[in-house]
Design a protein around this ligand. Structure first.
Ligand SMILES: Nc1ncnc2c1ncn2[C@@H]1O[C@H](COP(=O)(O)OP(=O)(O)O)[C@@H](O)[C@H]1O
Ligand SMILES: [Mg+2]
Length: 255
């Protein structure tokens, strides 16, 4: 199992959309995928049409040590894509963790139970640098960083790099950034072209070739509880994520 955390401490960067769409694309291609909703806002859970209130066990109980992660896994409407749901109390689990030994490796330990069950595990991180995000990074081999090509988001990227450096030098992990993903790319805006140019100049090959364009169908899909491939498989958004799924597979293979 290859574990990939979708990370950016800034909100509204396309993390959840990327986690759900990549997971769905890989499942449709025949891979077994586990998506862990690791955000107390439970957006990935909702986007897959699952009500957090209806879930007996979520990642919150897992992080608090009340239940094993195997008990929290749910099937989704896409065969091959399973979900570990979140609920708002995950925010309290973060506080609970603060006083525990081995607190940064809790998720990693739980995910080890699935080693032979899934090809991929995707972790949808919260927009913060809490202990939850640290847990996701420690559990992962790879990180994908979605970023919208605008001035403030790109400034935030420098801060995120400092955080990653800090984690690598202090914790037992050799996590690697698999790629930086431009999302919600709007070519009609003048500033977009400039921002993309700066991004590619600074990060070179680390930036994925496939950019995710802005597409209203991607914005609509979650309110219908459907992934983009179910909601509108012919949309630009579906096409962008389908291609990205292939590019990420190639990068994972290269190691
Ligand atoms: N490519 C896109 N085109 C249009 N809307 C998008 C796109 N990607 C994400 N969105 C919308 O933008 C908002 C923020 O995206 P989301 O994936 O939830 O970001 P994050 O998880 O980083 O906070 C959501 O309403 C989502 O539906
Ligand atoms: Mg999100």
């Amino acid at each position: 199992m290859q574990t990939i955390a979708i990370v950016n401490n800034k909100g509204g960067q396309g993390k959840t959309t990327t986690a759900v769409s990549l997971g769905a694309a890989w499942a449709l291609k025949g891979y077994r995928v586990l998506l862990v909703d690791f955000d107390p806002q439970a957006s990935a859970t909702a986007a897959l049409g699952i009500e957090a209130e209806d879930c007996d066990t979520t990642i919150a109980e897992v992080m608090e040590g009340i239940a094993p992660i195997t008990q929290a896994v749910l099937p989704t409407s896409i065969e091959g894509l399973d979900l570990v749901p979140a609920r708002p109390s995950l925010a309290e689990a973060n506080l609970y963790l603060v006083q525990k030994i081995g607190r940064e490796a809790r998720l990693k330990k739980e995910l080890a139970r699935f080693q032979d069950q899934y090809h991929f595990c995707l972790i949808d991180c919260p927009p913060s640098t809490s202990l939850l995000t640290v847990n996701a990074i420690v559990a992962a081999q790879y990180i994908i960083i979605p970023v919208t090509p605008d001035f403030l988001s790109m400034k935030g990227l420098a801060q995120l790099q400092d955080i990653l450096r800090e984690i690598r030098s202090n914790l037992d992990t050799d996590v690697r950034v698999l790629g930086i993903l431009p999302t919600m790319v709007d070519y009609r805006k003048g500033a977009t072209h400039e921002a993309l140019e700066i991004l590619r100049e600074n990060f070179k090959e680390l930036v994925f070739k496939n950019e995710i364009r802005i597409n209203v169908r991607l914005e609509e899909a979650p309110s219908h509880g459907k992934t983009i491939f179910q909601y509108d498989p012919r949309s630009v958004g579906a096409e962008c994520y389908w291609r990205l799924a292939e590019e990420v597979l190639q990068r994972c293979r290269r190691g």
